[in-house]
Design a binder for this molecule. Sequence first.
Ligand code: IPM
Ligand code: MG
Length: 360
Amino acid sequence: MAHRVLVIPGDGIGAEIMPHAVRVLQALRVDFEFDYADMGGCAIDEHGTPLPPATLAAAHAADAVLLGAVGGPKWDDLPTDKRPEKGLLGLRSGLDLFANLRPALLFPPLADASSLKSELVADLDMLIVRELTGGIYFGEPRGITVDNGGRRGVNTYVYDEREIIRVARVAFDLAAKRRRKLTSVDKANVLEATQLWREVVAEVHADYPDVELEHLLVDNAAMQLVRAPKQFDVVLTGNMFGDILSDVAAMLTGSLGMLPSASLNSAGQGMYEPVHGTAPDIAGQNVANPLATILSAAMMLRYSLHEADAALRIEKAVADVLDQGLRTADILPAADADDLRPVGTDEMADAVIAALPRAP
Ligand code: IPM
Ligand code: MG
């Protein structure tokens, strides 16, 4: 049976890169049925809403969703609930995609592109597991109110224990298959909701005696990430801290343009997207790095479509083109551009396709 993939190209470089990621998938000789839908800014323009009901319905019906990126200056002045980002958040919560996996893996040839000294990041291989459908992103009450005392902005940081337990289990399961170390990040010295987080994660730990658990406060975790990132294996955290820390982790690997992500629900359905945004400043110029989206497609094959061999072939091809010295602008360090070949979006994708190992 063909795998049913819903493709949501989105805006900016998201829409620009997506056809190349689809080309890579088509080159695999795996059976796909691609369906397309609008979400984000383009959906606001076309349908008057960032998440048309038809898009959510198509996402429910698909085995997996492959997403580019959404948003852009054109829609920045809209109220929060009409913005492109609201479409993304609606899709995450509509599909109950509570576990967000953001691996930060340093491909050896990119060690020099990192903003940290290369010895600090050489062989970095960590995974952030971010809770994605709760916390302050979704907590009620929320909003801006006006009364005679002036304006007041409110958001609510809330987690119930079931939300913590299910994402903690995903993180422990992944840690058990990796280097068996889990770091749970919170702000338990100040925020009660995260005191509960710490308590519940410790309780779930009882089922995973082979995994070492440590708790870190988020400020310390941010510091440790740029001081000695290789101490981390799996990092588990809530929605907002995970948003922030995953950008830091991404930069350690050289560029936001390299990082894929997976967002999973308990049925194994998933949405796969690069960690980077729409980069309106470079959109449409054939300079964006397509590798994060291509690697997201690989994660889709692994986590939702049970095509681990095909996932590995894509990852090998990406490692191979980097070894060959091909670099998009974001991963091209000015200092040693001599042995490297600057390439555009399409050429990078072509090279990945050419480097795909044959199907077994
Ligand atoms: C991310 C993004 C989103 C988030 C935005 C676009 C809503 O920053 O996926 O990290 O904050 O979750
Ligand atoms: Mg973010």
